[in-house]
Design a protein around this ligand. Structure first.
Ligand SMILES: NC(=O)c1ccc[n+]([C@@H]2O[C@H](COP(=O)([O-])OP(=O)(O)OC[C@H]3O[C@@H](n4cnc5c(N)ncnc54)[C@H](OP(=O)(O)O)[C@@H]3O)[C@@H](O)[C@H]2O)c1
Length: 176
């Protein structure tokens, strides 16, 4: 099934530090929530994340509401709330999302390890990339992507907490 990546990167492609987001950008959080929650009537979207990203979410905001949450982990006994699905690979997670007839769009929402797999997947349709114009001393990074993807849209500059950022949509160059 086709899916999208959603990610925010700094100028070094940094995405995280100490298993947390390196910046506080409420406008980007709002964008993420709207994008991943907006589905056709009677449907909901799926969000697929690595185990460490799941653990990094504040307990009050997980599972992400109104979305099918799927966590990827090789630990077959990893404990999750009843309504959250566990998959042992990205491929399996995509299959679980596809098997749910109520799922509209599917988003891979991080972190670094799962992006590494997702970016090479032929079913990857779009990258929703928030480009943050700063350097945040990150310890986790998004893969190099520029040769394989083209920009199809770019928002006006946003400013928040003295940080400038833009919302970019990329599509793969490869022919399907
Ligand atoms: N800026 C952004 O947009 C953004 C978005 C999301 C996350 N982040 C940040 O990214 C960082 C976390 O990234 P991370 O790379 O450390 O962790 P991650 O990708 O969230 O989780 C890694 C874990 O997920 C499982 N996993 C990932 N890919 C797998 C695969 N293909 N097959 C099977 N299992 C797989 C493994 O779990 P097991 O070890 O249990 O097997 C692995 O240890 C945090 O700092 C977070 O804040 C940033």
């Amino acid at each position: 099934m086709k899916f999208s990546i959603v990610v925010a990167v700094d100028l070094e492609l940094g995405i995280g530090k100490n298993n947390s987001l390196p910046w506080r950008l409420p406008g980007d959080m709002k964008f993420f929530k709207n994008l991943t929650s907006t589905a056709a009537e009677g449907k909901r979207n799926a969000v697929i994340m690595g185990r460490k990203t799941w653990e990094s979410l504040p307990s009050k905001s997980k599972p992400l509401p109104n979305r099918l949450n799927i966590v990827v982990s090789t630990q077959s006994d990893y404990q999750l709330p009843e309504d959250v699905l566990l998959a042992d690979s990205l491929e399996k997670a995509l299959e679980l999302a596809e098997a749910e007839s109520s799922v509209d769009h599917t988003f891979v929402i991080g972190g670094a390890q799962i992006y590494e797999t997702a970016i090479d997947d032929p079913n990857l349709d779009k990258i929703y990339l928030t480009e943050v114009y700063g350097s945040f001393d990150c310890d986790k990074f998004f893969p190099e992507y520029e040769d394989d993807f083209k920009v199809v849209s770019k928002s006006d500059a946003q400013f928040e907490n003295e940080v400038e950022y833009t919302f970019i949509i990329l599509e793969p160059n490869w022919i399907r």
